[in-house]
Ligand binder design. Structure first.
Ligand code: UDP
Length: 351
């Protein structure tokens, strides 16, 4: 029988790539998103590709979720995920990590489905050990501006383990490190989209602080492969998925200037509060338990991503010139089910 999979946050950057993968693997996919940071443009092609197997439901997962019929897998990916977004949406970020995870787990329990939680390297905070392995408990400021995301995800992990231990729900936890690729929002405020857009427009690249802080960037296809393997594995402990190739943000900015052939310069702006000084995943657990290791190096990944950002910058310039607010997405099957009523995916298929 065809596996049936619910992906919350399915219209976002990672969620939409997961929708692609699960459609390709032959699943029936229900994509749920309230479109606060997601965009139906990311999934529009799936209505053709997935046809009857792909549905979109516009819904806020912090409300009680009802899905008709069986479910085999629930992938909980709904959340604002860039520092700029969760600064702008602090309460929503806390709610989706806490209440949204609770609803997703309740659904998984009711359907006897396996749930995979999208957690994050942010559970390690500004880490005091380097690189970060899964047994490090982290260094998080609960009342800092990033705390809304970090603590929501830490709570989500605790709740997931409680459902696993107390209710016997099958659960998986992926700790996602910095990931990049096509469909990142050009204005999500993260280093890569910001630098790409600035380089392509000839503006100075805004490096926060002196740029000596490090990150380790993983190409999205590698991440999706790791998540897919984790879901099908029997590993219930959290697993880091990311690329261990570490770079300073200053070097990263220079690489992007170089790659785009831009004559942009670098300018420095203040470092945001609690900005982690270093970040690099220890991925030995993923390697040992899942046989997974990333395959795309940064140069190649950035090249693939550049094509996407070139067209995203053109679209943005067009919007700025014409004063239009993005594309009309209302023609996509987007029946609004945000009224708390039972949602039947069958009834919300593309009309
Ligand atoms: N950063 C930067 N300039 C920008 C955006 C981000 O220098 O325009 C820095 C940010 O301070 C952080 C790193 O780049 O040290 C990565 O930030 P991002 O927002 O991409 O994600 P994070 O890893 O902090 O969650």
């Amino acid at each position: 029988p065809m596996p049936r999979t619910l992906i919350t946050g399915g219209a976002g950057f990672l969620g939409s790539h997961l929708c692609d993968r699960f459609i390709k693997e032959g699943h029936e996919v229900i994509c749920m998103d309230n479109l606060v940071t997601g965009d139906t443009e990311n999934i529009e092609h799936l209505f053709e590709l997935g046809q009857e197997r792909f549905r979109f439901v516009k819904y806020d997962v912090t409300d009680y979720i009802h899905v008709n019929g069986d479910l085999d897998y629930v992938l909980h990916f709904a959340s604002p995920a860039s520092p700029a977004d969760y600064l702008r949406l602090p309460i929503q970020t806390l709610k989706v990590g806490a209440l949204g995870t609770h609803k997703a787990l309740g659904l998984a329990k009711a359907k006897d489905a396996r749930l995979l939680l999208a957690s994050t390297s942010e559970v390690y905070g500004d880490p005091l050990t380097h690189p970060q392995s899964e047994d490090y408990w982290g260094n998080v400021n609960p009342i800092g501006q990033r705390g809304v995301y970090d603590e929501a995800k830490r709570f989500a992990e605790a709740l997931t383990m409680a459902y696993h231990r107390y209710h016997g729900v099958e659960t998986r936890i992926v700790r996602i490190f910095n990931t990049y690729g096509p469909r990142m929002r050009i204005d999500d405020g993260r280093a890569l989209p910001t630098f790409m857009a600035q380089a392509l427009q000839g503006d100075p690249l805004t490096v926060y602080g002196d740029g000596s802080q490090t990150r380790s960037f993983c190409y999205v296809d590698d991440l999706v492969e790791g998540i897919y393997r984790l879901l099908l594995s029997d590993v219930t402990e959290p697993v880091n998925i990311g690329n261990a190739d570490e770079v300073t943000i200053k070097e990263f900015a220079e690489e992007i200037i170089d790659l785009t052939g831009s004559d942009s310069t670098i300018t420095h702006e203040p470092l945001p509060e609690d900005d982690p000084q270093v970040r690099q995943p220890d991925i030995s657990r993923a390697h040992e338990e899942l046989g997974w290791t990333p395959t795309v190096d940064r140069r190649d990944g950035l090249k693939k991503t550049l094509d996407y950002f070139k067209s995203a910058v053109e679209k943005k310039q067009h919007r700025d010139e014409t004063g239009q607010d993005g594309e009309d997405t209302s023609r996509v099957g987007m029946d609004d089910a945000g009224d708390g009523e039972a949602v039947s995916p069958a009834a919300t298929n593309r009309s």
